[in-house]
Design a protein around this ligand. Structure first.
Ligand SMILES: Nc1ncnc2c1ncn2[C@@H]1O[C@H](COP(=O)(O)OP(=O)(O)OP(=O)(O)O)[C@@H](O)[C@H]1O
Length: 763
């Protein structure tokens, strides 16, 4: 239907014009306010000097705050100007006669005179009425109360560059057309905000109790990444007064992924939030350089089946909560080693007993990391010595003064008297000088007796010292395991290396022994692709950050690091985040029904206890299998022809996925040699170039999406084992619209195990 045929077109057009005009006025006013505040600040700054009155200083601060707020407001309004709102509801509150008409957008705008909303922020409580999806009797919660009413209209708009393009009314029978439209659009390599089409089950997660951790098991393409980012936006909006965005942290699998999500954050009003990877974060916390083995090395060996079972269990063990238990036993003994055996003396007077100091370390300063407790003890002893020194000196003074006084008044021979007094004076001076000298060194030499080792010393000792590990590992590891573990770690240390699996323990030890700097202790954390974390990694993060305010999203079916990662969310919930809410997302929004059905058949091979993924109804072509020709040159030429065809059909982003980097490297060389395609061989720390055909390994493609994907197996097939199946499943769930395979046989992609009606074959 043409938008002009909509019965309310005229009214809607007028409202849009009014909103645009009003925004213009507000923007203009804010710009001139901004200018004024800037001028005021300049004046205040010019006049200010260090002796200046607090009035001028306050004036400058006020203006700078106002300037910041106005600038923020301006930025927000300018950002939403081309699309001021995306939806409307008509809602009659119970007991009221008139209906409220509310327009929802990405920021709020109020009529300055009446204080009535012109645009309501999508993150406000009342917006739930729009997202919850029902017409009729409804209710929503706000500020602790529940509000009832009647929802008579839910309407969506397509507005582009301030022009009203489409109006869609949603009733109980029509499906969400806007969602269908937005899903059928092509991707530009970047995630986008979805505020207009957030679905009910997604809305529940975005707005789930912000004071509790949440764990989300979501199918590939169910919107985990997207909604995690929307939850951050909602958090910032809700807690604008209590939290500043720099107290929030997103942990992503690699820099490529950070780049991929980073564009959508400003769109959601989320700025200056820490985005990092677990490896980078732990390195910063430790604050010392360490050589880390490239995590892919081990993964590749597992993919190729060339890594033995012993490495598998050790990798899993380093990420397990049993390893944490061993470290806890070890920490207990480290604490004991920090307790002094001797008392502290000054001039033979006992100032502090060892038991009192131990009591302070073990009980009073329990809230501090071990070595910070020791530092605190040092400060306390220094203060104590300072005050005690005065007292002791007074006592010494008094002692000699009394002696001298009585000598002076005695009747002994004057010469003897003189000699006695001189000696007494000398003794006094000597004693004073000794006390002064000793007071300067006593604490330092006392503190020297405390062992002082660094993090790596402690960790290395635990992981390579057979006797130590046998002691702490009793009941957890058997003799053979202890031997293997020590040998394996000794070999690593000989290379001067650590591996990713060591980082959980290192982070935990760092936080328990030395502490984490304040600016690194985020108050709220989002972890994406969390299935690749180990239990100990999550525990160490929670413990180091001293908060359980985590949003954890992941998909066990994509757990390609499951040899060391999570395979059961209930353990995470019960043992690490007991306050958490657990949610699942089974609907996939990314890909078509045809592609999802084929991917589901692959997923079945995993025998995981996860339900099959339900695609949102959007049809497309079946996946197509192409036989590779006997010459690689002809194969890549055929790939080129297919890619050009995909472009001509409107696909904007195309990726070639190979199983490993080695396969991709080979493919990239062949493509560059024999075709005219412009390609980018994607690396972990790179940005995606728009317009290039991306060549990416299956494990790195995790989390990304493209309009069309061609999975290629020149030399490396996907075998039927857990890790290969997961990599194939990840690769197959990357496309939005089209999926092609190029391989020697159907079995290269386990398609011989897939229902043959679900894909086509081209010879
Ligand atoms: N409610 C929605 N409206 C429109 N698009 C949506 C919606 N939910 C998800 N999408 C789209 O679906 C795609 C998949 O989303 P996202 O990447 O967040 O999923 P994911 O669960 O993190 O996937 P994966 O685990 O496969 O990486 C994205 O293109 C996203 O924009």
């Amino acid at each position: 239907m043409n938008v002009k045929q909509h019965p309310d077109y005229q009214d809607e057009q007028e409202w849009l014009e009014f909103t645009k005009q009003y925004m213009k006025i507000v923007i203009k006013a804010s710009e001139s306010d901004e200018e004024n505040f800037r001028e005021n600040m300049k004046d205040a700054l010019e006049g200010i000097d260090f002796k200046d009155s607090s009035f001028r200083y306050m004036n400058m601060l006020t203006n700078s705050n106002l300037l910041r707020r106005t600038a923020e407001e301006l930025r927000k309004l300018k950002r939403i100007q081309p699309k001021p709102y995306f939806a409307r509801i008509d809602f009659k509150r119970a007991g009221k006669d008139t209906e409220e008409v509310l327009y929802f957008g990405k920021a709020s705008l109020f009529d300055k005179e009446t204080q009535k909303p012109i645009i309501v922020d999508w993150r406000s409580q009342i917006a739930n009425l729009y997202y919850d999806g029902r017409l009729g009797e409804v209710s929503y919660e706000a500020e602790g109360g529940e509000y009832q009413g009647y929802l008579s209209l839910k309407r969506q708009y397509v507005i582009e560059d301030g022009e009203l393009i489409d109006i869609r009314d949603i009733d109980l029978t029509t499906t969400d057309e806007l969602l269908q439209k937005s899903l059928s659009e092509s991707s530009s390599n970047r995630l986008s905000e979805i505020v207009a089409t957030i679905q009910e089950e997604q809305n529940e997660i975005i707005r789930a109790d912000l004071n509790k951790p949440i764990i989300v098991q979501g199918a590939a393409g169910s919107g985990k990444t997207t909604i995690a980012l929307h939850r951050i936006s909602y958090f910032i909006y809700t807690y604008a007064d209590q939290f500043s965005p720099d107290q929030l942290m997103i942990l992503a699998p690699n820099r490529l992924f950070i780049d991929y999500i980073s564009e959508v954050l400003p769109e959601l009003g989320v700025e200056s939030i820490l985005q990092t990877t677990f490896i980078d974060y732990v390195s910063k916390c430790i604050g010392k350089r360490m050589k880390l083995k490239h995590p892919e090395e081990k993964l590749i060996k597992f993919i190729n089946g060339s890594e033995g079972d012993s490495v598998r269990w050790m990798s899993a063990f380093k990420g397990s909560l049993q390893f944490r238990d061993i470290i806890d036993r070890y920490l207990h003994d480290i604490l004991q080693s920090l307790l002094p055996k001797e008392d502290l003396f000054l001039s033979k007077i006992r100032l502090y007993s060892a038991s009192k100091i131990s009591h302070l370390i073990v009980n009073e300063y329990k809230y501090l990391p071990y070595y910070q407790r020791v530092d605190k003890i040092k400060r306390i002893l220094q203060n104590h010595v300072r005050t005690e020194k005065k007292r002791i000196l007074e006592k010494v003074n008094k002692f000699y003064e009394e002696r001298i006084e009585s000598a002076l008044t005695s009747h002994v021979d004057p010469d003897k008297r003189r000699s006695y007094v001189t000696k007494a004076l000398d003794k006094k001076n000597e004693a004073i000088s000794d006390i002064n000298k000793e007071s300067r060194t006593t604490v330092t030499s006392y503190m020297k007796k405390f062992p002082k080792h660094d993090l790596f010393y402690y960790y290395k000792k635990l992981t390579t010292d057979h006797e130590l590990l046998s002691n702490y590992g009793a009941g957890i590891l058997d003799g053979e395991q202890i031997k293997q573990f020590c040998q394996y770690n000794k070999a690593l240390h000989r290379e001067g290396c650590y591996e990713v699996e060591d980082l959980a323990a290192l982070l935990y030890l760092q936080s328990e022994l030395y502490g984490i700097e304040k600016h690194l202790r985020a108050k709220n954390v989002v972890i994406d692709e969390a299935q690749d974390y180990s239990y100990f990694q999550l525990f160490a993060l929670r413990s180091a950050l001293d908060t359980d305010m985590f949003t954890i999203v992941g998909d066990l079916a994509q757990g390609i690091h499951s040899y060391r990662g999570i395979n059961d969310w209930s353990i995470v919930q019960n043992e690490i985040f007991p306050r958490s809410t657990y949610k699942t997302l089974q609907k996939s929004y990314r890909t078509t029904v045809e592609i999802m059905h084929a991917a589901n058949d692959i997923l079945k091979l995993l025998k995981l206890e996860l339900p099959m993924v339900e695609p949102v109804v959007r049809h497309g072509e079946k996946p197509i299998f192409h036989y590779c020709s006997s010459s690689h040159k002809d194969t890549v030429k055929s790939i080129e022809t297919n890619i050009n065809k995909l472009y001509s059909e409107g696909m904007k982003t195309v990726a070639l996925i190979g199983k490993t980097n080695k396969e991709c490297l080979r493919l990239a060389k062949l493509v560059e040699q024999h075709t005219k395609l412009s390609v980018q061989l994607l690396k972990e720390n790179e940005e995606i170039n728009k317009g290039d055909v991306v060549i990416v390994s299956s494990h790195l493609s995790k989390g990304l999406e493209f309009d069309a994907v061609i999975i290629v197996a020149l030399d490396e097939s996907f075998d039927e084992n857990e890790i290969n199946v997961k990599l194939l499943y990840v690769s197959m769930t990357r496309p939005l619209h089209r999926l092609l395979f190029f391989g020697k046989n159907l079995s290269s992609f386990l398609l011989d195990r897939v229902d043959e009606t679900l894909f086509e074959i081209i010879k």
